[in-house]
Design a protein around this ligand. Structure first.
Ligand SMILES: [Zn+2]
Length: 177
């Protein structure tokens, strides 16, 4: 570990402690050369297992690439997307995954994405939740509507939702073909 101030290659550990969530170790270090102090965090590497069986380090940008597509034309900012990437990584780390299946990453995205934008959630869910039928997908929409009604939020126009579902399905077909 190089000193970030003078690039000296030798640093001294003053203190080590496990972070509150237990997922990392924070070390307070000092540089014997310039005497400045700094902290490092040692974290278990989170690895994603792809459907093909190959693994790669978890990358927030990659994890939310599909979400970015689903958010096209929606009022979701880049900040929202980075926050979502952070949330997803936090959840996976707290759940203690060392090697997380790619579809599990997708499922973890669903909750926070639903809070962020319902339409983007439906588009994304149609891919990652792998709805077995149009009925299952409609059921999900019905649940969302019921929850909205319970929370007294003005609903999205039903016609608009159907249109979105159709757009999503045709996108899926062209992707798999
Ligand atoms: Zn130094």
């Amino acid at each position: 570990m190089h000193c970030p101030y003078c690039r000296n290659t030798d640093t001294r550990v003053l203190d080590s402690r496990v972070t509150d969530d237990g997922g990392a170790i924070r070390r307070r270090r000092s540089c014997p050369e310039c005497e400045k102090r700094f902290s490092t965090v040692e974290q278990m590497q989170l690895v994603v297992v792809k459907r093909s069986g190959t693994t790669e380090p978890f990358a927030r940008d990659k994890a939310i690439a599909g979400v970015r597509k689903a958010c096209k034309g929606r009022p979701v900012s880049e900040d929202d997307l980075s926050r979502l990437g952070q949330q997803v990584e936090d959840v996976l780390r707290v759940e203690g995954w060392a090697e997380v299946p790619a579809n599990e990453v997708g499922l973890t995205i669903l909750g926070p994405l639903r809070e962020l934008d319902e339409v983007a959630y439906l588009r994304f869910a149609s891919v990652y939740k792998a709805f077995e039928s149009a009925e299952a997908f409609e059921e999900e929409i019905a649940i969302l509507r019921a929850e909205r009604a319970a929370a007294a939020i003005p609903p999205v126009e039903p016609e608009r939702l159907v249109e979105l579902v159709e757009t999503t399905s045709s996108t899926n077909n062209s992707r798999s073909g």
